[in-house]
Design a protein around this ligand. Sequence first.
Ligand code: TYD
Length: 394
Amino acid sequence: MKCKITNKPMQPFMSFGKMPIANGFIEKKNFSGEFFFNMEVGFNDELSLFQLNDHPKPEKMFNQNYPFFTGSSEYMKTHFKKYADFAKKYIKTNSKVIEIGSNDGTFLKNFDVKSHKILGFEPSKNVAGVSIKNGIPTLNCFFNKENVANLKEYLGQTDLICASNVICHVPDLNNLIETVSLLLSSDGTFIFEEPYLGSMFEKVSYDQIYDEHIFMFSASSVSKIFKRFDLKLIDAIPQDTHGGSMRYIIKRNTNNSDQNIKKIISFEEKGKINSLESCLNFKKNCEISKEKILKKIRSLKNNGKTICGYAATSKSTTVLNYCNINSNYIDFICDTTKEKIGKFSPGMHIPIKDMEYFHRNTTDCIYLFAWNHKNEILNKEKEFKGEWFSHVEL
Ligand code: TYD
């Protein structure tokens, strides 16, 4: 499927090659039928938007058995508690609150269900099930115009809509933003957080790009996109999650001050973040990063070292497939998610093992795929005395 927000054709500037579904952890018996797509990225000049060219159908990614649970990181649980405290500034008693892509309810459970009317939208059945079990009212469906049409009590009456690491997953941004606009009350607020384009360029964290991450936003692109729907970006606040994210605050087009936005956009302009020139520079940096990590791994192997991967992240699928790193290099990847354990990594088919296996089969070195959770993980694994490394600086 083409990723479209405008009708203007977009020229891809880089291909990461043949990519499987990032969260498509696979059983051996299904190797031969594995799905791949050509992962290309481009830059939409008109909207200053970095995006995938093509993407698989959302139903291929967010289905019965999505293997990502927000609550798998203690740090993220704390982050979502703080995020909820921040968002509560925008509501009163009895406010209606919606979360798009509410996952296992880690964010919404910070709201008092007796004082507010809360509702999560979560398309993946297993994840929505966990949220419902946790007492969070959750609809197991995609957030779009069709699915909110009958929610009469929310239409035009929702004071707060939140999302985290989900807006960049939605190919039909037009439908999504129209849905937000249908639901928001006249003074309602839409807040969302996403990995930040500027951070990805700076860290060369190209593993933020995968089938689910269709768009990589900046304050400039968010401001331009929402303007088309008569919505205004009134603030943007940097976050340290996912290796550098941005929290965007959107209101209807009122007289809210946007001084901070002007500063951030001017900073982005000075740093040429939203330019094809930066994209081409990023492409060069990705190629350098690939050479560097391969050189590192080959040298470790030549010196007889064993390597395992830590955390079978979605991001690791991009790195492993782009760099062609398979089980000749990495013995196994350990992870805490039961849906991944016992399966193999998408495309490269490295076995995924549980933490007990990891602690019993210590390798000389560890490739940290969840580099964004470095502090939490290194703190937990103090016993390990070997070398930690990653393709981004640790
Ligand atoms: P994250 O970087 O949030 O993933 P993604 O790239 O998929 O967005 O990391 C989540 C994955 O990392 C998940 O599979 C669980 C795993 N994980 C561990 O195995 N141990 C840990 O201590 C943490 C924090 C994550």
